[in-house]
Design a protein around this ligand. Structure first.
Ligand code: ZN
Ligand code: ZN
Length: 345
């Protein structure tokens, strides 16, 4: 399985501020100048950038949730936050997008024998799994190139297909919100209720678990013949026993022994105390349940839009220290989900 994070931020996109960017560049330049005698060419510069403390030459990322998982021929996508735009550009690069437009605009599609699945344009299928329809999880869809490509088939799963369809298509393309009408989507788009018994896609098996969040959210567990990944965003550990959906025991069962557990960890422990009931978790509580469940690698996700990279790295340090403390020698990896991060398992 190959996982890639296209968006890791919660609530609202937040590109880095000018101050944050300038601070990073200044710090890099200072270190670059100090290291000059050892730097001879571009490769030296790359090595130098790679040697900088984590986060100095990169950003955690400002796009909202989107994760892709490739396995063989299958492409699975989780959530349609603003990170979905860059995934779309990767799947349908500029030259293909321009050709598709050209074929369409010249109205020669029929004359040229254009058909989805035809010899010119092989059909691609992808599966989009929606955790829920809060705006930070749907905003990327109107900018998702495959949705405008007639050779794409997109199956979209969620807890309630009508609610997902309304939020993702109808509401977002209402003229007062977006200038491109819904009929501009030329892909074959099919909405499905996520089946209770789970969904098989190729050699993968996907199961879902309802989680407590205002308006509810679904966690997904993806199993290949050898590995297990769980994606659980927008849920609150403190309210697991209070609201509908999974109990704490239910969640621990669901994530048990996962090779990778990607979890909402929006707040610090202290900030969470002031925001209970908002539907998000904190890093330390997530470390605790992941450790109890025997998770092998935990990725903190859905970062608060007000948190700087520096603060997120501090949260990571504390989460790692806490994991060490409570694990008593066992070794769960704890990481920050960062935009562009690719994981091969
Ligand atoms: Zn969210
Ligand atoms: Zn939400």
């Amino acid at each position: 399985m190959r996982l890639k994070f296209w968006g890791v931020r919660g609530s609202i996109p937040c590109p880095p501020s000018q101050e944050e960017f300038r601070g990073k560049i200044k710090s890099i330049l200072e270190q670059w100048v100090a290291a000059q005698p050892n730097c001879r060419d571009e490769h030296d510069l790359d090595r130098f950038l790679d040697s900088l403390p984590k986060g100095q030459a990169s950003f955690v990322g400002g796009n909202t949730p989107c994760l892709s998982i490739d396995f063989g021929q299958e492409i699975l996508v989780f959530d349609a936050g603003t990170g979905l735009k860059n995934l779309g550009q990767y799947l349908v690069p500029n030259h293909i997008s321009e050709l598709l437009e050209l074929f369409y605009l010249t109205e020669k599609i029929g004359a040229l024998g254009f058909d989805i699945g035809g010899k010119y344009w092989p059909t691609h299928r992808l599966h989009l799994f929606m955790t829920h329809t809060h705006w930070d999880h749907i905003q990327g869809f109107p900018f998702f190139r495959p949705a405008y490509a007639p050779n794409y088939i997109i199956d979209i799963y969620g807890a309630n297909k009508e609610a997902v369809k309304t939020a993702l298509l109808t509401q977002q393309t209402s003229p007062s919100l977006f200038p491109v009408p819904m009929d501009a989507y030329r892909a074959t788009i099919d909405f499905k209720d996520f089946p209770r018994q789970g969904q098989k896609i190729g050699d993968l098996f996907i199961e879902a678990l309802p989680l407590p969040h205002p308006g509810a959210s679904l966690a997904y567990r993806i199993k290949s013949p050898t590995k297990t990944v769980v994606f659980a965003t927008d849920y609150e550990i403190q309210t697991l026993e209070l609201e509908g959906g999974a109990s704490l025991i239910g969640l621990i069962d669901f994530i048990a022994q996962a090779d990778i557990f990607i979890s909402d960890a929006q707040y610090t422990y202290l900030e969470h105390a002031t925001k209970t009931g908002w539907g998000h978790s904190n890093a330390l509580s997530v470390v605790e349940i992941a450790s109890k469940a025997g998770v092998k690698n935990l990725y903190l996700f859905h970062h608060d839009p007000n948190y700087s990279d520096e603060k997120l790295l501090d949260i990571l340090d504390k989460a790692r220290a806490y994991a060490k403390l409570i694990q008593n020698g066992s070794e769960m990896g704890v990481f920050l989900a960062t935009e562009g991060l690719t994981i091969q398992i």
